[in-house]
Write a protein that binds this ligand. Sequence first.
Ligand code: FAD
Length: 422
Amino acid sequence: MTTKRDDFDVAVVGASIAGCATAIGFARAGLRVALIERRPDPAAYKTLCSHFIQSSAVPAIERLGLLGDIEAAGAVRPPVEMSTPWGWIRARYGPDAAPLALSIRRQVLDPLLRRVASDSPGVEPMLGRTAVGLLPGARGVEVEDRRRARRQVSARLVVAADGRSSPVAALAGVDKRETPIGRIAYFAYYRGVPGGDRARFWLGDPEIGYVLPTDGGLSALAVMATKDHLPRFKADLESAFGEYLAALPEAPVAANAERVTPFYGFVDRTCVARAPAARGIALVGDAALASDPLWGIGCGWAFQSAEWLVQSTAASLAAGADPRGALARYARRHRRALRGHERLNVGYTSGRRFNPVERLMFSAAARDQGMADHVEAFASRRIPVRRFLGPGALARAAAVNVRHAYGSATSTRSSAFRGSTP
Ligand SMILES: Cc1cc2nc3c(=O)[nH]c(=O)nc-3n(C[C@H](O)[C@H](O)[C@H](O)COP(=O)(O)OP(=O)(O)OC[C@H]3O[C@@H](n4cnc5c(N)ncnc54)[C@H](O)[C@@H]3O)c2cc1C
């Protein structure tokens, strides 16, 4: 009996974070990968994105063998501080405490990932080619080049790594859930921002601002204002942006800082979620779940979902088996890790105020070191929501707040940060 050999084991559509990480992972497992990207320039990068990669994703990046290259390219590893209406939340970082996040601009990260993926034995990069059709049974994709010439790329597994709008998911008929974001967002990069050694998030209930240091001595300043601010931002973006940040408690003083990029942002956007595996295809990164930018989680989840997919399916593909059972395993793993986070994100991006549980946890974290460490583990997505809101954590938060209400709370803040408020 002869077996028809497919051109590729895997066709990955999209050569951004999720697609490159997927291609590198499958290639290291000995599989043949077509990496299809509509943008022809190997140095292309996503402009509507900041650069903060949560610490939950760093082990996956390290296992891909990319951490050294990313650090050598100038990435910084800042501790995170969160301002709340009850004070600052400052977790402990270090070998026996929380791991650090990773910050590197997309204009540095994306070309680096594309180079490593393209150089990986087993990967055939197809830049400047757009996936325009799905072959019958999802056994590959039809791609079109810049001159509109078409070619069929057959593969045993098609992976949609093509971002939140995912044309491949649409071609396959995979449904999506969309929820409007009730905020507007703007950010720009600056040089000379004070306190640039720390990443700072203002969770102001409801006002939100960020300072995110990164490579090249730059920091992104960002705001996510509720929609009632829109007329002011439309009338004079630069002034409204500066005034919004200045009104945050202990705000970053950007007066002497130099803005080195245009403002990027949006006024109307949705969170998008799809099944991580459906109709015979796999979805990774934003194609499966896009709920940024409020928390800065999508880049990390792009790396992590790529790893979960490779771990769940590579052995079946290498053995020549039908990958559908393995795809179901991937989908379960994705849902177990991210569904709870998705629900909380979507709720909060609506622009609503903190709910009673968020108030309980964040107020306790501003008053108690153990709770600060716990909230950091949640915010960096290193623990699932069921652990963040476990009975022990809720009881501790309640006890901290009762002690505080009776004036007997003792400050247990890390001495490492004492006196270093912005
Ligand atoms: C304002 C803003 C700020 C953000 N800041 C952060 C942050 O600080 N930290 C963080 O973790 N996340 C952040 N995010 C989220 C982050 O940008 C995404 O989660 C991340 O880019 C997802 O990566 P991806 O590889 O899944 O998709 P994308 O980066 O969107 O890449 C999709 C790729 O697919 C290609 N493609 C699309 N269709 C086709 C086709 N038909 N054929 C071939 N190729 C195709 C595209 O050209 C693109 O290269 C932010 C988002 C926004 C909007």
